[in-house]
Unconditional design. Structure first.
Length: 298
């Protein structure tokens, strides 16, 4: 089986939803920007692209109608490049990378652009109109459970206390602040040009380019992480280009792809509890959060 590698990557800054400086930027424009940038970072690659796979948790309105296809058009890709939008909620973007890697590994593709895009300013959580199926809502309401209630269930199941969550959140923000100060995010971010249009106190129409007001490192109005107890809504886009037998440039995703490639199937004698123990040990090593000992208490 062939090896799938990441050739280049790019992402936009992360902005605060509805009130941030990126709130008026369309998600398909976000996506097109980083597709172009990723191809440029891949040595100006202009060869064949077998697919464009985009993840989107709420694919409707400005980010509906197969947004992956629209992003490809806006990025200047030939109309012969196919595109598909994937929805697995919060892991939509990661799922596209998995799909791309798997196709390359089995030999059905050579080069695929994969990533995720979301604007929670233009499309709110749960979408613009919520219309649950009445039968499913009555017989299995957990299918419509909010993220907050889901987090409560997970915390109860694995014995993660509020103090544990707060401590993890603090460490996460501290690490992010240190990384920003050290400039670790500089190279991965592509600037987004935003024009603010408004009427001033003299009732005159004004335009202001916000890009000149931003610093290079992590252009954002807050520190945002997706795995903390005080997460805020955001919008951003990220994109990777995967190919075969080329130099890998992102260590974190390299570890993830290595897991996909090397992980063995569970044999019939391996219990689910042992799998949970392995997962807990991995999170202990990666994040310093001892889920294993907490779960053993219950």
């Amino acid at each position: 089986m062939r090896e799938a590698v990441i050739v280049a990557s790019a992402r936009t800054p992360v902005g605060k939803a509805t009130k941030g400086s990126l709130a008026t930027v369309r998600p398909d424009d976000f996506g097109a920007l980083v597709v172009r940038e990723a191809l440029q970072r891949a040595g100006g690659y202009d060869g064949p692209i077998d697919d464009l796979i985009m993840g989107c948790a709420m694919p409707e309105a400005e980010q509906g109608m197969n947004i992956a296809r629209n992003i490809g058009a806006l990025a200047g890709l030939p109309d012969t490049v196919p595109a598909v939008t994937v929805n697995r909620f919060c892991s939509s973007g990661l799922q596209t990378i998995a799909y791309a890697a798997e196709r390359i590994m089995v030999g059905s593709a050579e080069a695929i652009i994969a990533g995720g895009v979301e604007s929670m300013s233009m499309v709110p959580m749960m979408g613009n109109v919520i219309r649950p199926n009445s039968k499913l809502a009555e017989t299995a309401p957990q299918y419509y459970m909010s993220m907050g209630h889901t987090a409560e269930q997970v915390a109860t199941k694995y014995g993660v206390s509020r103090d544990d969550q707060d401590a993890f959140a603090v460490r996460s923000h501290e690490k992010a602040a240190a990384a920003i100060a050290a400039g670790h995010f500089d190279d991965e971010i592509v600037p987004v040009e935003v024009t603010k249009r408004y009427v001033d106190e003299n009732n005159k129409y004004q335009e202001k380019n916000l890009c000149s007001q931003w610093t290079k490192a992590f252009v954002t109005e807050r520190i945002q992480t997706d795995s903390v107890s005080c997460v805020q809504l955001s919008q951003h886009a990220d994109r990777l280009r995967l190919g075969t037998h080329l130099k890998l440039q992102m260590e974190l995703v390299h570890c993830w792809l290595w897991t996909v490639k090397k992980q063995k199937h569970l044999d019939s004698n391996q219990s689910l509890s042992s799998v949970h123990s392995q997962q807990a040990a991995y999170h202990q090593k990666l994040w310093g959060l001892d889920l294993l000992s907490q779960s053993q208490k219950h």
